[in-house]
Design a protein around this ligand. Structure first.
Ligand code: URA
Length: 239
């Protein structure tokens, strides 16, 4: 969470008092005095001290395997939501999904109470790599691989960043291809629109990785806390 918010909340200071603590050089992170009140901190990763007093955060980070049919929304009249899947957890109301997956997409979704990290992971300048596996309704060719590497232009205009498309298999009987795609941006319906621009349709889509996080064999509909190692790897994205 933001360092200024943590100080205000835990030391019950006014905004002015909090600012004064910084100006009087009373705030340190990992042993170094800091003037950066908007820094994103987590006491699992940082040693946060104000006037010699150690402050602790209580952020939570869940890696969820979103199943098909579940929506990435807080509430929905018709469908189960990703929040419903986590509802037995404390702080569920404070969780924010890092981006959204379409209802018919399955796979990795990070949900955290650390709103600042969500903002940073989604910021276009961070270029966090997302890896998807997809079934495509046609024969994906080397020409498609090259077009993705060049930067696909959507049918409605915008050009995408270069993306790495790998053909994993082609089934002659069904004429379907199985591919993996790594993209470093997050436009609305991006993967589906990239294939549509090549005249092809995504039949099934699964996100298998985001930045340093991997879905691996987490069962759809289940979730787990990030390991200490995964959180450490995410530290690079803390602003
Ligand atoms: N791209 C899509 O088209 N849909 C998703 O859910 C994610 C990426």
């Amino acid at each position: 969470m933001r360092l200024d918010k943590l100080i205000e909340e835990q030391l019950q200071t006014s905004r002015k008092e909090m600012k004064r603590l910084f100006l009087r050089k009373k705030v340190s992170v990992d042993g170094k005095i800091t003037l950066n009140d908007s820094q994103n901190v987590d006491s699992e990763l940082h040693q946060i001290e104000v006037d010699g007093q150690r402050l602790l955060t209580n952020e939570v980070y869940y890696l969820l395997a979103k199943p098909k049919g579940v929506v990435t929304a807080k509430r929905d009249r018709e469908h189960q939501t990703v929040f419903d899947l986590l509802k037995s957890e404390a702080k569920v109301d404070q969780l924010v999904p890092v981006g959204r997956l379409d209802r018919d997409t399955e796979g990795l979704l990070l949900m955290t109470s650390n709103g600042q990290l969500v903002y940073d992971l989604l910021h276009p300048t961070k270029k966090v790599v997302k890896v998807y596996q997809a079934v495509i309704n046609e024969h994906v060719t080397q020409e498609d691989v090259e077009a993705f590497a060049e930067g696909i232009v959507f049918l409605d205009g915008p050009k995408c960043q270069p993306a790495q498309l790998t053909i994993l298999a082609y089934d002659e009987k069904t004429n379907e291809s199985f591919v993996e795609l790594a993209i470093s941006e997050g436009k609305f319906h991006q993967v589906k629109k990239m294939f549509l621009a090549c005249g092809k349709k995504v039949i099934a889509l699964k996100r298998v990785a985001m930045g340093p996080l991997r879905l691996e064999n987490l069962e759809m509909g289940s979730y787990r806390k990030l390991t200490a190692e995964e959180l450490q790897q995410l530290k690079a994205y803390f602003r």
